[in-house]
Write a protein that binds this ligand. Sequence first.
Ligand SMILES: [Zn+2]
Ligand SMILES: [Zn+2]
Length: 348
Amino acid sequence: MTSLLFDQYFFVVNAVVFTQPGTISIERVPDPTCAPDEVIVKIAIAGICGTDVHIYRNEYLSKFPLIPGHEFGGTVVEVGSAVRDFKAGDRVAVDPNISCGQCEFCRSLQPNHCLNWRGVGITQSGAFAEYVAVPARVTYKLPDGLTDQQAAFIEPLSCVVYALNRIRVHPADEVLVFGAGPMGLLLIQALKHSGAARLVAVDKQSRRLELASQMGADHLLLGDDLRIKESLRDLAPHGFHIVVDATGVPTVIEQALDYLRPRGQYLQFGVAPMTATINWRPYDIFRRDWTIIGSFALSFTFQQAIAWLLNGAINVAPLVSHTLPLSEFTLGFREFIEGKTLKVHLKP
Ligand SMILES: [Zn+2]
Ligand SMILES: [Zn+2]
């Protein structure tokens, strides 16, 4: 960076570091240097995600120490010598997925399965910091009119857009979504905009269900309601065309197919613990013509996510429960883990 003031340099913390599994340090780290193909982005807002919790618990592919943070937007402050398309002052968002472009999967247009995959905030320094260095080729200029808060939702919304590319929403489909956390609430809006006629949302928290209703859910069911099975039967006696899990909770996933209509599609969007197992009956999958679909991360869906945020199809402001300075990361992270928050945003 060109101008580093002395007092800033020595006394102001500028990064969250997971020093080892289960240990958070908020400290002063050296600013990143810019490789020829990179840009340096000054972070405006970065969001906490469930993946950060998996990293913190050493349940993911990260190595320590690591600066996490992969959902963010900011402003370019420096460009590498080989970068032509960006200049200082450009407002940008960054696709944290860095694929190699050359392996078998990249050449099959499946960059999310790249054999040499790297991730900003996952395998290399991320956005819970003042600055981050990222390849220019995964950086997207923001159109005018998109707020910093919206920019930090482009990455999670891109995952939702990718999921919608994986399933087929047919006109007037009836949809059931388990889980109305930040991702579930994005999915609910996206499914309604994609043609769902009626959408039922299930969650354990009534506050989240109120938001689901604001975001287009037609029926709301409290997840701990003992009569939930009956209620879902009444709403859709033959089951739903599409059932989505956005909880990642094995006991929820295990009963989700009970509500799927013949020839229905089941989408596994929530991230279950890596070693969890469930009981499903293969006979039912055969007998009822079911389609079971997974959806991992994203694959060149930033532009669609930007378009949906820009035209107002997806409303994100109500999904942010906390906006905190970087120095209060630990507090926000703890409450996020305890399920007391929706999306937590950090402002370095
Ligand atoms: Zn994420
Ligand atoms: Zn690759």
